[in-house]
Design a protein around this ligand. Structure first.
Ligand SMILES: Cc1cc2nc3c(=O)[nH]c(=O)nc-3n(C[C@H](O)[C@H](O)[C@H](O)COP(=O)(O)OP(=O)(O)OC[C@H]3O[C@@H](n4cnc5c(N)ncnc54)[C@H](O)[C@@H]3O)c2cc1C
Length: 379
């Protein structure tokens, strides 16, 4: 009987996993022993790190968008559908128009910024975590001639480095436009330092100091007053802004909550080594959808796929699963519009930012292009 692998979610993680399975299982797929189905509700695939470059008009939005069907290997049965429930008892996905039975399920439904998490945020804040947000922010920054830019961050959110990166890039952007002295940049963070990972906080602090970027720590938003252009924190302080940029707390996809398999914010309890959903032997979780206390990043999904794909192939072949995810993450850290650092870390090795250089910024630009090979499962 055909073994059915279903991947739910056609973003970075799901597309990569489906393509790798399709390439590595081409013989059993050809013999109809295995079927790989990718179910996604998005026909467009967006490379989200591109939002940073859209905001500074470094690249046009379409540079970072492809049709999902053009990225998916011919051995994958690609279906566009909005799944409303994962029925883990009956081993099937359910949508309003169909159901998708599986023997093995890979959940790759990602995470999303919850702009409803803080009153007033939706009305007042710009963002660079959505395509529309990045385009609007580009236009707002281009017409900004001076005043206070306030950046607020809530956790958890994907790409933990992105708020620091946009702040440092923005400083360079206004310096290049010759109006840096007219722009007050205020970066805020909810804990006692400017990043949750101490080595990254230590890496950014000297740049903040040297480039006159103001940092406010223990900054926890309670609400925004859009009319008065004021952010109000939980301790009752008011912070005026001319332009507000916010990274709200993220949640897991609604289908996870609807299916009763997530925690209260929609992230799935996941074994940190096997990437199986806790309590399940045939549901795997990858990318932003897990509840693992590691960076929600495309690189995380990439390294997780190196565990998940061989383990699934072992199961198809009736062999024990031997690959373990070690928590590996790799990220470039933009320091400006022309230089960057880089970090790699895992469960046991903390990050140590590399010396900032123009070469690393160039490498990030190169990766932004080779992503399309990566997600096809070629690299
Ligand atoms: C500004 C910014 C900068 C970033 N920079 C970096 C970086 O430099 N390096 C890095 O590694 N990462 C970076 N990231 C993070 C990276 O983009 C994400 O971590 C990555 O996309 C997560 O992949 P994913 O597949 O888990 O989720 P996603 O890519 O978000 O994909 C989830 C998919 O699931 C689909 N889906 C959800 N629910 C359903 C449903 N009910 N039915 C069907 N389909 C569904 C969605 O449509 C989507 O296609 C950045 C992100 C942002 C926003």
């Amino acid at each position: 009987m055909t073994k059915r692998i279903v991947v739910l979610g056609g973003g970075t993680a799901g597309t990569m996993v489906a393509n790798k399975l399709a390439r590595q299982l081409s013989a059993p797929i050809g013999n109809k022993e295995v079927e790989v189905t990718l179910v996604s509700n998005a026909e467009k695939h967006i490379y989200q790190p591109g939002y940073l470059y859209i905001a500074f008009n470094e690249k046009m939005p379409e540079h970072f968008v492809r049709k999902e069907k053009e990225l998916v290997h011919r051995n994958v049965n690609l279906v566009f559908d909005d799944v409303v429930r994962i029925d883990s008892e009956a081993n099937k996905l359910v949508s309003d128009k169909a159901s998708y039975p599986y023997d093995y399920l890979v959940v790759a439904t990602g995470s999303y910024p919850d702009f409803d998490s803080i009153p007033g945020l939706k009305e007042a804040a710009h963002d660079f975590y959505t395509l529309e947000g990045a385009i609007k922010l580009r236009d707002a920054l281009a017409s900004f001639e001076g005043g206070t830019i306030l950046l607020t961050v809530d956790v958890p959110h994907k790409c933990p480095a992105a708020p620091l990166e946009i702040t440092l890039m923005m400083e360079d952007y206004f310096a290049r436009r010759g109006i840096r002295d007219r722009v007050k940049i205020v970066y805020t963070y909810p804990i006692n330092r400017i990043h949750s990972l101490e080595p990254i906080a230590r890496w950014a602090e000297p740049a903040f100091e040297k480039r006159n970027i103001i940092a406010e720590t223990f900054f926890n938003l309670e609400k925004i007053d859009p009319e008065r252009k004021v952010a109000i924190t939980m301790d009752g302080e008011e912070h005026a802004f001319d332009l507000l940029i916010s990274v709200p707390a993220h949640k897991g996809a609604p289908v996870i909550l609807n299916s009763g398999i997530g925690d209260e914010t929609g992230f799935i309890p996941t074994d940190r080594y096997t990437l199986k959903m806790e309590g399940s032997d045939n549901i795997y979780v990858i990318g932003d959808a897990t509840n693992l206390p590691i960076s929600k990043a495309g690189s995380t999904a990439h390294y997780q796929s190196e565990t998940l794909v061989p383990n699934l192939i072992s199961r198809i072949n009736g062999i024990s699963e031997t690959a373990h995810y070690n928590g590996k993450v790799a990220c470039f850290l933009e320091n400006s519009l022309h230089d960057a650092s880089m970090i790699t870390f895992d469960y046991t090795h903390p990050p140590q930012p590399a010396t900032t250089s123009e070469l690393l910024h160039w490498f990030k630009g190169v990766y932004n292009e080779i992503y399309w090979l990566n997600v096809r499962g070629i690299m």
